[in-house]
Design a protein around this ligand. Structure first.
Ligand SMILES: [Zn+2]
Length: 148
């Protein structure tokens, strides 16, 4: 649990669960564990999410359509453990889906897969790194020196 602002504590298990005191936030965290007898996994695949929703009798949420609500809703204990559980599970699923959607960085295509040794003494892997200096081929770092 962490303090967001004065009189506003957020629990670890979800985004939008705020409590006026640290003790209440801690009680929620402890109660959730006792109540559910589980810790909500940080990484929640769609399959596991479905199983946990069924197991605890909460309806699944549409993380695409309800994403904003899941992330920013302020669910209070007065709304019941079931609702908090529903949102905590949906929040874990939302965060997992978001992490999964991150595009993987594509490697730059090498023009010279095994490297090309230049007159300056350096080895480069792409055409754009090769410069033509008066003393021969050069990498961008050595261009001034090689332009003699
Ligand atoms: Zn060089």
């Amino acid at each position: 649990m962490k303090q967001i602002a004065k009189g506003k504590f957020q629990v670890e298990t979800g985004g939008g669960y705020f409590f006026p005191t640290a003790a209440q936030a801690e009680a929620w965290e402890n109660n959730l564990k006792t109540f559910l007898a589980i810790e909500i996994p940080k990484t929640l695949s769609q399959d596991i999410y479905l199983k946990l929703c069924q197991k605890y009798g909460v309806s699944m949420m549409d993380i695409v359509k309800q994403g904003y609500g899941i992330e920013y809703a302020e669910i209070l204990p007065s709304q019941g453990w079931k609702k908090m559980t529903q949102y905590a599970l949906a929040y874990a699923r939302l965060m997992t889906a978001r992490a999964e959607a991150k595009p993987t960085i594509r490697p730059v295509m090498a023009d010279y897969p095994s490297g090309r040794k230049l007159s300056c003494g350096h080895t480069v892997y792409t055409q754009t790194e090769v410069m033509s200096a008066s003393l021969g081929s050069s990498c961008t770092d050595c261009y001034d020196r090689m332009s003699g």
